[in-house]
Design a protein around this ligand. Structure first.
Ligand code: SAM
Ligand code: SF4
Length: 451
């Protein structure tokens, strides 16, 4: 299991920053959209200086556009519970946080929160919870999913929750969850041990092997990512790339998403400042290197990051961002106050974020079509690699935007409407006439129309 970490150490041990002609060679290989060998990814992570950063980011923008077109997927987290039996030193939910105001949503309360998000336009939501046998166990997650699916028009739930056994993953999958997401935090075993002193999460290998169990249980799509700032980013980012490659070799699909969480201050956390701070420039480089090394993975930048940096990330490889997030259970109705997991860097609500994306010339997407049409795991990867998905996904993104503009009537919708019409005009491919017909169907009140 740990062998791939030895490959990471070897690749980094031998890696030097590339000369400018070596950088050109690596970037031109990345332009073939087949990813990069670990040794090349390591060299990109060693690169320094503004010129190298610009070249890496520009190539990542090119690769992102070739794989995902102009689409930027928007989603929101729904925090279910801040009870936790672990003691991760950096987290506001940790067991020893004596000042925490604890809250676990009942399934009814979770439904209310999901309805708020759905009214805002989010039809894909990721449920998030601390690790606690009573307040976030598998039975609770299954019941919550069942209630949300049956009582709201949310179309797909993903989940970021504690690692479980293959059998429990099977049960979670049958409850209708899409992506299973879990962050390794750090792939560096000694640092991991210090930062996760007690509780189930202190078992490094159980966490490292979590995606093997999730994939074995039938989760086609898994989301990974180290929490940046806990250890040397070069090691952790390269390990995430190696992790994805290992999963692809074993299960036929790379990580569906690689997230780029960076440590934030949290109320009641013991570790307040990152032991290994990551600068904004290095953050962009990491986003870009993920994009170049695993081109088909969604690269996710959350609201932990400040507004300007998030926009820069959309121009260097990021393909998914959250918006209008709250990290406190019950946080979307603004009534009761419970402890949030960490302080946010970008508090812009969905309409503002979608408008900014449109103003950047990109296409805000609230699409859930892949899950409705069974494109997951290796099926998805095959379609993405063949280039067949691009037209379909842009069409789906446009349909989801149309529905959003009609139902949520967001502020700034004129700009988004103009962008929708422009993308529709420029849409090339055999689907164009049918796409226009489907747009009409949405205008006439039909919903959840997709390819
Ligand atoms: N409790 C489960 C776990 O730890 O895997 C699942 C959800 S946890 C609430 C989600 C993620 O938040 C963690 O995996 C960690 O990477 C991140 N996180 C925790 N504290 C953070 C902080 N202070 N700043 C930024 N991200 C943090
Ligand atoms: Fe609990 Fe997850 Fe926070 Fe750790 S990161 S204390 S496991 S909620």
């Amino acid at each position: 299991m740990e062998n791939f970490l030895r490959d990471v150490e070897d690749a980094l041990g031998n890696a030097e920053a590339p000369s400018s002609s070596e950088l050109d060679d690596i970037l031109s290989l990345a332009g073939e959209l087949k990813g990069l060998p670990l040794s090349d990814a390591a060299r990109l992570l060693m690169a320094g200086g503004e010129d190298a950063l610009r070249a890496i980011c520009d190539k990542a923008a090119e690769v992102k556009s070739a794989v995902f077109g102009p689409r930027v997927v928007l989603f929101a987290p729904l925090y279910l519970s801040n009870y936790c039996s672990n003691d991760c030193l950096y987290c506001g939910f940790r067991k020893s946080n004596a000042i925490a105001r604890r809250k676990a949503l009942s399934p009814d309360e979770a439904v209310e929160q999901a309805k708020i998000l759905s009214r805002l336009g989010f039809k894909r939501i990721i449920l998030v919870a601390g690790e606690h046998p009573r307040y976030s166990g598998v039975d609770y997650l299954i019941k919550t999913a069942k209630e949300i699916y049956s009582r709201t028009d949310v179309r797909i739930l993903h989940v970021n929750s504690a690692p479980v056994s293959v059998e429990d993953f099977r049960r979670l999958k049958s409850a209708g969850y899409g992506v299973y997401q879990c962050f390794q935090e750090t792939y560096h075993k000694d640092s991991y041990k210090v930062l996760h002193p007690t509780g189930k999460k202190s078992d490094f290998l159980y966490r490292l092997s979590v995606m093997d169990r999730a994939l074995e249980a039938g989760f086609g799509d898994v989301g990974i990512g180290p929490l940046l700032g806990l250890y040397d980013y070069r090691y952790d980012a390269l390990a995430a790339i190696a992790h994805s490659k290992r999963l692809e070799a074993k299960f036929g699909a790379c990580a569906h998403t690689i997230s780029v969480p960076r440590l934030r201050p949290a109320e009641g956390a013991e570790v307040k400042d990152a032991p290994y701070p990551v600068s904004d420039g290095d953050f962009r480089k990491i986003v870009a290197v993920y994009r170049l090394s695993v081109p088909q993975a969604g690269v996710v930048v959350s609201t932990r990051e400040p507004a300007k940096l998030r926009e820069q990330c959309l121009m260097c490889g990021a393909s998914q961002i959250s918006a209008g997030s709250s990290t406190e259970p019950g946080g979307y109705d603004g009534r009761e106050k419970s402890t949030s997991q960490f302080y946010l860097g970008d508090i812009r609500p969905l309409p503002e974020m979608a408008r900014v994306i449109a103003e950047m010339g990109l296409l805000p997407s609230l699409c859930t079509a892949c899950y409705r049409s069974g494109r997951q795991g290796s099926n998805y990867l095959r379609a993405a690699r063949s280039g067949n998905l691009d037209e379909l996904c842009t069409a789906n993104a446009l349909l989801s935007l149309k529905e959003y503009l009609l139902d949520a009537r967001p502020e700034g919708r004129e700009i988004m409407e103009a962008s929708l019409n422009r993308f529709l005009d420029e849409f090339k491919g055999p689907l164009k006439e049918d796409l226009k017909r489907r747009m009409e169907m949405i205008a006439n009140g039909e919903r959840d129309i997709h390819y």
